[in-house]
Design a protein around this ligand. Structure first.
Ligand code: HGY
Ligand code: MN
Ligand code: MN
Length: 399
């Protein structure tokens, strides 16, 4: 087994949290290309150099620490949600760094490290790895805008040290991503490790209803074209129609709403909102899309609203590679017999995109209370270290 150093690993994880530390507990605000994100990537690049890896910042700001020759690639992302925790993404990056360091020290298998950019989708959906894999053309990515209107192209231009070249994926024999579960299962069942069998698919698009802005005191209820009411109706009817199609694992979310002009005494004239849905089955994702479009069309037609859509972004569900997954299972069985399971991922990960280029596998450690994408996200340090050991065991076995 590679001689990983738990103290060094935990110290680096806490050091990374200092970039963008916010809120109560161990919260973090480090969205892609924020000052905190760019500073954290600089810190990470220094750690990679110290570990004897060659730093390569690709054109979209993903930071690679490359071992010489053919290697395994390990990592995740170091950007966060607008309000996030200290482990989502960061755990997989720092675990990768520690395994790579241990491999150098022990003369073990060559291990490269990556922190992908904008996994959390300030601009797209897993934007950095989606561009690297060819799933999202760079020109398309550059035109994507965040909720304040800044483009991905303008944001990535702020990232220092970028190369003009993407890393050749052929130099990697496979990719491991370690992550927190971000759900309740392992914590509830008092288990230490989840080995992922599949990652769900996702669709995500912006929807706009344009009605008529008017005076909130003098405009009769009859005949108003109130954009908030359109959204309200759409949301209710959609849930009723989805009931015949979804499973208990299917999820959908309207998580960001811009109401114009967003004032107490004005009947809102326009609403733009995010519509996101996820499931493990591509056909179901497609059926849900048809229902979304039909429902929006009916709401628009019945209330006199103009309807428009932003670009449809998405990722297909993917299976993990049998050989890499088997190495994680064997390592988990040796490290925590009876305290691990095979499970799907309901969250998205860069591994989905990377699977287009090489074999991939993932492992989870528990999330206390199943909390993530919130300041309260946390994991027992003993569980973080168990995950590190299981990862190192799998790398050792494949090396
Ligand atoms: O939204 C997700 O599933 C991920 O955390 N980016
Ligand atoms: Mn993540
Ligand atoms: Mn996340």
């Amino acid at each position: 087994m590679l001689p990983v150093n738990p103290e060094r690993f935990l110290a680096d994880l806490h050091a990374l949290r200092a970039f963008g530390a916010a809120g109560v507990g161990k919260g973090v605000m480090r969205p892609a290309f924020s000052d905190a994100d760019i500073a954290a990537r600089g810190w990470l690049a220094d750690r990679m150099t110290e570990a004897g890896l060659s730093v390569h910042v690709d054109p979209v700001g993903s930071v690679f620490g490359l071992a010489d020759g053919q290697s395994l690639l390990l990592g995740s992302h170091s950007d966060s949600q607008p309000e996030g925790g200290w482990l989502d993404g960061a755990l997989g990056v720092i675990a990768a760094l520690e395994v790579a360091r241990a491999a150098v020290e022990a003369g073990g298998p060559p291990v490269s490290v990556v922190s992908f950019q904008d996994e959390e989708g300030r601009f797209g959906v897993t934007t950095g790895s989606a561009v690297w894999s060819g799933h999202l053309p760079l020109e398309t990515a550059d035109g994507l805008r965040d909720r304040d209107g800044e483009s991905f192209g303008a944001a990535r231009a702020r990232m220092p040290g970028r190369s003009g070249q993407f890393v050749d994926p052929a130099r990697f024999s496979g990719f491991f991503e370690m992550h927190i579960e971000q759900g309740p299962v392992l914590d509830r069942e008092k288990e230490a490790i989840g080995v992922v069998d599949a990652i769900v698919g996702i669709r995500d698009m912006k929807v706009t209803f344009e009605g008529e802005q008017n005076h909130a005191g003098t405009t009769p209820m009859q005949g108003r074209r109130d954009a908030f009411q359109a959204l309200s109706k759409f949301n209710t009817v959609l849930a009723e129609r989805f009931a015949n199609v979804v499973t208990p694992r299917t999820v959908w979310t309207i998580g960001h709403v811009t109401l114009h002009p967003n004032a107490s005494s004005i009947v809102p004239g326009r609403v733009t909102f995010s519509m996101q849905w996820r499931d493990g089955d591509t056909d179901r994702l497609d059926r849900m899309e048809r229902i979304i479009r039909e429902t929006a069309q009916e709401v628009a037609a019945s209330g006199g609203f103009e309807l428009s859509y932003g670009p449809l972004l998405g990722l297909e569900p993917v299976m993990m590679d049998d050989r890499l997954r088997g190495a994680l299972e064997a390592s988990a069985a040796a490290e925590v017999p009876e305290r691990w399971r095979v499970m799907p991922s309901g969250a998205l990960h860069d591994a989905t995109n990377v699977s287009k280029m090489m074999p991939v596998a993932m492992l989870f450690v528990p999330s206390i209370g199943g909390i993530s994408h919130a300041f309260g996200e946390d994991t027992e340090e003993a569980d973080l270290v168990t995950g590190l050991r299981v990862l190192a065991g799998a790398v050792d076995a494949l090396g």
